[in-house]
Design a protein around this ligand. Structure first.
Ligand code: HEC
Length: 87
């Protein structure tokens, strides 16, 4: 179990920094529901399909269907891609 968590942390590491800077953690946790759904649930829903990342980032920037989040396109995209493939 600990090993799995470590592997997951490594897999998420690239997006995690962006996720922090975009303040995703204020509303999302990996496996607990906060204001938004847990990233693990989002990952299960999208099954790592990152083709929707651009669309979700666009909605995030406009605050449509997702609360408005500050950040550059690159930061938001990295964080969203990490969320879509979270396990
Ligand atoms: C102010 C709170 C808040 C912040 C900050 C926030 N989220 Fe969310 N997020 C939500 C809520 C609420 C939902 C559920 C929206 C819905 O389905 O109505 C959501 C849903 C999502 C989804 C699923 C979207 C979909 O259409 O399926 C993704 C992916 C996501 N968030 C990623 C992120 C990432 C990455 C960040 C940081 C860059 C972030 N969120 C920051 C509240 C937030």
């Amino acid at each position: 179990m600990k090993l799995m968590c470590l592997a997951m942390a490594l897999a998420l590491a690239s997006g995690a920094a962006a996720a922090q800077s975009g303040n995703c953690s204020g509303c999302h946790d990996l496996d607990k529901r906060k204001i938004g759904p847990p990233f693990r649930e989002i990952g299960a829903r999208y099954k790592g399909d990152k083709s929707k990342a651009g669309e979700i980032v666009a909605r995030m920037k406009e605050g449509k269907g997702h609360p408005k989040v500050a950040g550059t396109d690159a930061e938001l995209r990295a964080a969203v891609e990490a969320a879509l493939s979270a396990k």
